[in-house]
Design a binder for this molecule. Structure first.
Ligand code: ATP
Ligand code: MG
Length: 573
């Protein structure tokens, strides 16, 4: 590519909305252009890098036996009704009607379409395993699109779906994908962690996220200081403890007047107690069912854990009217003792820590004191329903403590089981001649987000410092004095040599000041700059600047091809 003719405009300033470095640099390096909120044009520099990431993904997936397909972005509502997701996917699903008044949506993910596609071909276990993938645009009407390609509304994703005859075989596929993802992100030059993750609305019960470690990351990760336990903050487990109960110190249950004292801080201050001595009681709607969730007063409810525990599609707080119907009191005075309408009670294990707790009395402006588990109330479910916090003991080993990091989720692998194959009848004849649903997994990589994450990890004051494997161009040839015929000729010769050698090369043949060209070259981040100046050329040499280290070397023109080829080879190792 000749920069004199490039569809490229670099920028000094950045728009205010570009809060993270990758967004700022992609904008300044002329890689992306905003069309609407969360919707971008990919300009040539960005697309070259995206295509390289895609090529790495394709190579690594094909090694594991995956096969590429391409499904439509527009998806009929019937399939989503079959899986049950049409009703609860929420506002991220962009829905519309065609001229015949049929419902459609733009695909945020493709479980429904692929399950439909596979059920039309699948007959016998002999055909399996299958792992089908595509690289394609997704649309999610994100509530807060931001950070450029990191959280867009339209974005490029690689999504893959595996179909197996058994849970064991599906786990083998999961493991293969886990390995493929590790190789993909390593080849992209990223530092990342694979962490235990919550499965959310997609269902299933085993999942890992691949998190690129970066300050600007939207996700919290907790990892052990001693062993290799690492989990998304949503999923990170609280260590199980043994609680001793000594009923001899139980005090009687007492109702106390707590007028207008609703928040935990208000109530505990009013009664001269600590927040951990109060049972926080919240009525949640778990799918259609109201459940009273109890957690220690000093802890936050973790909705992702509730969703996983109950294997629910949606989890949200009940509205005030429902709370009043169930408790007989205004919101803020719920508790497990004496509910007006008996509903299921599920408690976090931590509520057993202290005797003689406080809780709402299910009567407006009243609380109960001296509340004791088992003596005064029972629970149907006991589990881990709170957020783990940094500094707490590791849930797995006995030595470590949890440490907090920020991460950018670039990929996720899920074991889905038969959630979709069962609801959509994607069955096959198994080894015993029985019709059974296929066991599925699904696996996503955000291609644009991976690009953004690579910039978050690889940049300096001057601009992007591309890992060789995903740089839009590997080499920039920079003839400085365009009036010097020798400089121009050698520039053109090197440009041609490198192209013939299969090196991704650009030439800065613009009639601009050297300083301007250097700034641009650093901003765009070509791994190698080959600078051709009259003086060095008179000695038969060119100068090479290595972007990553800032190192400058003089190399004989006759040796430059071998040198560059070697450098690239080393960089891609
Ligand atoms: P997030 O929690 O960040 O919203 P997700 O868990 O909903 O993402 P998945 O359904 O797991 O996303 O999608 C697979 C991959 O697609 C993610 O790991 C991420 O890299 C990418 N991705 C998801 N949403 C976006 C988005 N809005 N913009 C860019 N990439 C995205
Ligand atoms: Mg995810």
């Amino acid at each position: 590519m000749r920069l004199s003719n490039a569809f490229l405009k670099t920028m000094k300033e950045v728009p205010k909305e570009a809060q993270v470095v990758s967004h700022q640099l992609m904008f300044r390096a002329g890689m992306i252009q905003k069309l609407a909120s969360g919707i971008y044009n990919y300009l040539p520099m960005a697309l070259r890098s995206l295509r390289k990431i895609e090529a790495i993904i394709r190579e690594e997936l094909e090694k594991k036996g995956c096969q590429e397909v391409l499904m439509p972005i527009v998806q009929p509502a019937e399939l989503w009704r079959e899986s049950g997701r049409w009703d609860y996917y929420g506002a991220e699903l962009l829905r519309f009607k065609d001229r015949k008044d049929s419902d459609f949506c733009l695909g945020p993910t493709h479980e429904e379409v692929i399950t439909d596609m596979v059920r039309k071909n699948l007959k016998s276990y002999k055909q399996l395993p299958w792992n089908l993938y595509q690289i394609q645009s997704k649309f999610r009407d994100e509530i807060r699109p931001r950070f450029g390609l990191m959280r867009g509304r339209e974005f490029i994703m690689k999504d893959a779906y595996s179909f197996d005859e058994s849970v064991e075989k599906s786990m083998e596929n999961y493991q293969l994908m886990y390995e493929a993802y590790t190789d993909i992100f390593n080849r992209c030059g990223l530092k990342f962690k694979a962490v235990d993750a919550a499965t959310g609305a997609i269902g299933g019960d085993k999942s890992h996220e691949f998190q690129v470690l970066a300050e600007s990351g939207e996700d919290g990760i907790l990892s052990c200081s001693h062993c290799d336990y690492a989990a998304n903050e949503e999923k990170a487990a609280v260590k199980e403890r043994q609680f001793k109960t000594d009923s001899s110190i139980f005090t009687p249950l007492e109702e106390v007047h707590t007028p207008n004292q609703k928040s935990i801080e208000e109530v505990t201050a009013f009664l001269g107690k600590k927040p951990e001595e109060l049972i926080k009681s919240l009525v949640y709607m778990i799918d259609e069912e109201a459940v009273l969730i109890l957690v220690p007063g000093n802890k936050e409810v973790n909705e992702a854990k509730i969703q996983a525990f109950f294997n629910a599609n949606v989890v949200h707080l009940a509205d005030d009217k429902t709370v009043e119907e169930i408790t007989g009191a205004k919101t803020g005075f719920a508790g497990p003792v004496g509910l007006k309408k008996q509903i299921k009670i599920a408690a976090d294990r931590g509520i057993q820590e202290f005797p003689n707790m406080i809780c709402g009395a299910n009567k407006t402006d009243y609380h109960l004191t001296g509340v004791n588990f088992e003596r005064d109330y029972k629970v149907e479910e006991m589990g881990d329903f709170i957020h783990a916090l940094p500094g707490e003991p590791c849930p797995v080993c006995d030595e470590g403590k949890l440490e907090e990091h920020r991460g950018i989720e670039v990929g996720q692998v899920f074991y889905l089981g038969t959630k979709y194959s069962e609801s959509m009848s994607c069955n096959f004849l198994d080894r015993n001649g029985k019709q059974v649903p296929a066991v599925m997994g699904c696996y996503g990589i955000g291609v644009g987000r991976t690009l953004a994450a690579a910039i978050e990890q690889n940049h300096d004051e001057a601009g992007i410092v591309w890992p060789m494997a995903i740089a839009p161009y590997e080499v920039l040839v920079m003839p400085l004095q365009l009036k010097d015929e020798d400089v121009v000729n050698v520039g053109n010769t090197l440009y041609k040599w490198f192209m013939d050698l299969g090196i991704d090369v650009a030439i800065d043949d613009r009639n601009e000041r050297a300083g301007f060209k250097f700034n641009d070259a650093d901003l765009i981040g070509y791994p190698l700059q080959i600078i051709i100046g009259s003086k060095t050329l008179a000695e038969g040499m060119v100068e090479v600047k290595i972007r990553a280290t800032g190192e400058k070397l003089k190399i004989k023109v006759a040796e430059i091809q071998d040198w560059v080829v070697n450098f690239k080879k080393e960089a891609l190792k």
